[in-house]
Design a protein around this ligand. Structure first.
Ligand SMILES: *Cc1c(COP(=O)(O)O)cnc(C)c1O
Length: 398
């Protein structure tokens, strides 16, 4: 364990004074840099005004303003928000919304659909729909009912669609949860927006609610505000967390379309969605999110995003034909390369790579034989070049 005592911009500082470029934005959160002055100022102002209040029977300005600003940038069919605390609760609520939506309408739909190798969190519903069983083996007997489909590729997409079409005749699938375009925990596995679109379109025709888990992809990482912005068919529900508050405070939001909300809007109390956390819509977290959304839309950040996209492309041209590189991929500021070397997800070669990066002052977390970069938008060109050169050196030691 390494003690981290301070952070600023793209840098982390350890207890010995050594600095590291945070090449994964502390798990995809602090996209505007650590301890961002603009966000700190907004949050500290809020801290003097209202720290916390019950979000039941009460409301407050930061939550109202955040809702207004977020709805402006979300895909246009999204217009209701449900607050919670973290990515797992965001997806848990999305799943509960899908199941209860059909329950409220008197439909017998109790199966959830998800992608193989998906990751949606660590609560029971979200574990159930996740497909990476290394994490969840001990709990599998207790899961909700889930069926999985492969992630689409040019080769398999037609087969997926015809199998799915036949499967949908049973009318018992409530919802489909998916990480749009990039599956983070599956080592940044990427798929094509048109393929995903054809799956979403088919599901919508059969009244299956679609739930985009944008906990990782949300807020600019794919070059647009949301990964769903690249896809024609819009989801019914979107799960957000991680970069929502720019790494300042834990918070999550599950948004939905009016039609989903409508199934819960009733004088009958049992039709409501009963899910609440103590810190729901915490005013400090809301003020951090508001400041982040303002930054995301700023010309400066949008320019930085384009700059990083271009430098990843240049780096890719340099290394894609290296004999140690099996394949590379990029979506927006997310870049990944697979090594031509067999490695276990948490094996000794993986540790050797990790130590090489840390010794050279770059914090990257290889997943198996995949090295990926998801650095803050404010990472300077010089810092980016340092990440690249450390990766190039790594290719010589594996
Ligand atoms: C991180 C992540 C989650 C879980 O979020 P937590 O805040 O860690 O509970 C869910 N879905 C995706 C796609 C994630 O990347």
């Amino acid at each position: 364990m390494l003690g981290i005592v301070r952070a600023k911009g793209a840098l982390l500082f350890d207890e010995n004074g050594k600095e590291y470029i945070d090449g994964i934005s502390s798990w995809y959160t602090c996209m505007f840099g650590h301890c961002n002055d603009f966000i700190i100022e907004r949050v500290s102002k809020q801290l003097h005004q209202l720290d916390q209040v019950v979000f039941s029977g009460f409301t407050h300005e930061p939550a109202v303003k955040l809702s207004e600003e977020l709805i402006k940038i979300l895909p246009e069919n999204q217009n209701k928000l449900f607050f919670s605390d973290n990515g797992s609760t965001a997806t848990e609520i999305g799943i509960k919304m899908a199941l209860q939506y059909h329950h409220n309408k008197g439909n017998k739909r109790n199966v959830m659909l998800s992608f193989e190798e998906g990751f949606h969190g660590d609560t029971f519903g979200s574990m159930s729909v996740s497909g990476l069983s290394v994490y969840n083996g001990a709990f599998e007997d207790f899961f909700i009912e889930v069926e999985r489909i492969p992630v689409p590729t040019t080769e398999n997409v037609d087969a997926i669609l015809s199998t799915l079409e036949a499967r949908l005749q049973n009318n018992n699938i409530a919802g489909f949860i998916y990480e749009p375009l990039v599956q983070g925990a599956a080592a940044m596995k990427m798929h094509n927006p048109d393929h995903l679109n054809s799956i979403l379109r088919l599901l919508k025709e059969h009244n299956v609610l679609t739930i985009a888990d944008e906990v990782m992809t949300g807020f600019g990482k794919t070059g647009k505000h949301f990964a769903s912005d690249h896809i024609k068919t819009k989801p019914d529900i979107i799960c957000l967390s991680k970069a929502l508050t720019a790494g300042v405070a834990p918070m999550a939001i599950t948004s939905c379309a009016q039609e989903v909300y409508h199934a819960f809007y009733s004088d009958e109390i049992s039709k409501g969605l009963f899910h609440g956390h103590t810190y729901t819509a915490n005013p400090l977290a809301c003020s951090a999110a508001l400041a982040s959304i303002e930054l995301l839309q700023s010309e400066e950040i949008q320019k930085n995003i384009q700059r990083i996209i271009t430098s990843h492309q240049q780096f890719n041209d340099e290394i894609k034909n290296h004999p140690k590189v099996a394949s590379t991929r990029q979506n927006g500021i997310i870049y990944a390369l697979d090594l031509n070397v067999k490695m276990e997800r948490y094996g000794s070669l993986r540790d050797k790579l990790f130590n090489h990066f840390m010794d050279n002052g770059v914090f990257l977390r290889p997943l198996g034989s995949t090295i990926y970069i998801l650095a803050p938008f404010v990472t300077t060109e010089g810092q980016m070049q340092k990440i690249y050169s450390t990766i190039k050196d790594a290719l010589e030691i594996v």
